[in-house]
Design a protein around this ligand. Sequence first.
Ligand code: ADP
Length: 176
Amino acid sequence: MKIILAEGDITEQSVDAIVNAANSSLMGGGGVDGAIHRRGGPEILEECRALRASRYGKGLPTGQAVATTAGRLPARWVIHTVGPVYSRSEDRSHLLASCYRESLHVADSLGAATVAFPAVSTGIYRWPMEDAARIALSAVRQAGSGVAQSAVREVRFVLFNPGAYAVFERALEQMG
Ligand code: ADP
């Protein structure tokens, strides 16, 4: 598995699947979620509604992932995952790592070879970028190695501004 970093808008990525930092309602929101629904069109929300009416009556739990169409986006699927809200008093890193692991698991079930991730939980959910980058990169790296390794060929982290890109770049270097 190749891990690459890009700076830009995830809705413009031509990959098999883009990951959405959704909230558990699956009904859209701000940040990257808002951008994906705006640019992808109403088909995505329709499928989210159907998921709420069937498998996820109470919403998608934190740390889990589910796929829908990507509508008008230049990707085939959107994989929605719910990041944890950052907490100073409670370590929720396992839930953030789970977002990446579960998203790749869904990607495998779809047969997606290329997947783009935003920096889940680092916006409205306030997770510090450096810590989030370390957790994200190590979770993806772990999923790409070992016995039950993911078949995803390329994971692209799409960072929304130069600062976030620099933090991910440093974290990747430090991992060696
Ligand atoms: P969360 O609620 O999980 O924190 P946000 O969407 O608020 O989700 O933020 C997650 C990250 O996505 C933030 O670093 C934010 O800057 C970034 N982001 C926002 N819009 C986009 C976009 N269009 N493409 C890529 N990243 C984005």
